[in-house]
Design a protein around this ligand. Sequence first.
Ligand code: CP
Length: 303
Amino acid sequence: MSPKHLLSVRDLSSSQIKELVENAVVQGIPYCESLPQASAVAMIFMEPSTRTRTSFELAAKALGRRTVVLGSKESSLSKDETLWDTMLNLHAMGCELFILRSSADVDIEALRNFTVGPVINAGAGMLEHPTQALLDLATIWNQTAGRSWEAVKKQRWVMVGDLKRSRVAGSWSALAEMLGIELHFVSPPEWAPETLAPGQTWTDDLEKGIKGATGLISLRVQKERFAEGESWNPRELAAYIKHFQITAKHLNQGEGLWMMHPGPVNWGVELEACLLDYRKSLILEQVAHGMKVRSRLLFELLR
Ligand code: CP
């Protein structure tokens, strides 16, 4: 597996995705001595992050790489230096791979022309978060009996929440289409996805939308990405909770549905607070698979 960059899940073929997931889950963090002599990995995080930032940093260190973590406020990005110039300067100091997190929709197509080292999209605006979708997939594949892609294809996954602003939904929609995974969406009408891949459906009826589901992927209400002037008053919050909050009643059907969430969770908003210790929650499994998938991805891109 050797894509030049990972800016979208579509930068990988479906067989590369499966290979990455299988290697990550089965082998865990790669043994690092086969890598060429260490230089540094640059992590440009222009937006706060706990899971993505920490897992990439730990993964790079596990592979024997030094890391440079740069935020927008304390770097010359705050003086209007461009991202492109920032990466060139970091490369001149020995950085060989670039991991980017941005609250704005960065120009992914322009980044494809960056030739000095691989670039990984660690969450870009409302566009894509490819490594989140890949680690979610690893979590799902891992919990099937016998770790089976055929079993994954027989499942039905439903994504519920703030689809409009979700970069995870963007990556998941593409991933599900590529791998033939059944994926459906539930949200308020104003947060519906603009487009749907073939076979994917959307509804604003939570009860109807989750019928027959194997698991639910809950998404955070992303208030920090509300448009200027857009706000949420207590009445709107109460209405959202009433119609779209996932509760124990929704999950405890039949054998029980799997519960996933990319984090951070607004407990009591998109997920009922009592689900913190729900028996079929995969939320921390997702985080653990993040380490494995991201270290495998770095291993593949660095060698
Ligand atoms: N899921 C996710 O991207 O979490 P962080 O924002 O904490 O990295």
